[in-house]
Design a protein around this ligand. Structure first.
Ligand code: TMP
Ligand code: ASP
Length: 236
């Protein structure tokens, strides 16, 4: 499968058309941004880590019955995925307090919740991805009620699978962000990526951060954290 024209360039990935209108190729970059793109940098090797880890996790989720966009890994940075129309919702699942949950509600990080918190943001950089609820999403016609029900159920299922998997790697899955897409026939599938860019991973013993918060917060050892997560997941 070969790339043809570039369709889109995002902050962390490029998307190319292929000869098959139902398939596109995503190419993961080492570019990193935070705070709506106002903080910019490079995390060497990130593209390959995110591509390989995301594909591995998507395959695991497909085995567990979660439909995803994944088709075939081409090389370290490039993957064939099904072409989708992205639902403009950032679907966040939280198992413990951190990040915006902590700042918004004034609580320290690391408090374990009795049950997962499910949260939506409107995927819109100009508006700074504002938090919204199901009624807002319906009013804005971002998705149908049926689609939102499907997305919520899938997000919670993904959480159960990933939490268990990462526990086996000695990692606490604190929270993560998912994106969903519609196939040509309207089927909802998990899309985008699952990686240290989109998840908070804390070492189970020391609570050391092994994710993009090291870049967002200038904690140092950013590349090392991404490589450590590769070792945890692949045993490399
Ligand atoms: P938050 O606490 O900043 O809302 O982040 C929740 C989770 O979502 C965290 O694992 C990081 C991830 N995330 C993204 O993937 N993209 C984003 O733009 C933001 C703000 C967070
Ligand atoms: N990548 C996102 C941005 O630049 C934010 C983040 O992951 O923190 O908006």
């Amino acid at each position: 499968m070969e790339k043809t024209v570039q369709l889109y360039e995002g902050k962390a990935k490029k998307v190319y058309a292929t000869a098959d209108p139902a398939l596109v190729i995503v190419s993961y970059k080492d570019d990193a941004t935070a705070f709506d793109g106002t903080k910019k940098g490079t995390i060497m090797g990130k593209g390959a880590v995110n591509n390989r880890m995301s594909n591995f996790l998507m395959k695991k989720l497909m085995d567990a019955g979660v439909p995803t966009h994944f088709v075939e890994e081409l090389n370290d940075r490039e993957t064939v995925v099904k072409k989708v129309e992205i639902v403009p919702l950032e679907v966040i699942v939280r198992n413990a307090s951190a990040g915006h949950f902590s700042s918004r509600y004034g609580v320290e990080e690391g408090i374990l919740f009795d049950e997962p918190v499910l949260e939506f943001s409107y995927k819109n950089d100009d508006l700074h991805d504002p938090l919204l609820n199901t009624s807002h999403a319906l009013a804005l016609k971002l998705a149908t009620r049926e689609e939102i029900d499907t997305i919520k159920a899938m997000a919670l299922k993904v959480n159960e699978e990933l939490k268990a998997f990462f526990a086996g790697c000695g990692v606490r899955l604190i929270d993560f962000k998912l994106e969903f897409g519609r196939l040509g026939d309207g089927t909802i599938v998990l899309a985008d990526e699952i990686s240290p860019d989109t998840c908070r991973f804390w070492d189970a013993k020391t609570n050391e951060k092994l994710d993009k918060d090291r870049f967002r917060r200038d904690l140092g050892n950013v590349e090392e954290a991404y490589q450590e997560m590769m070792r945890r997941v692949f045993g490399e």
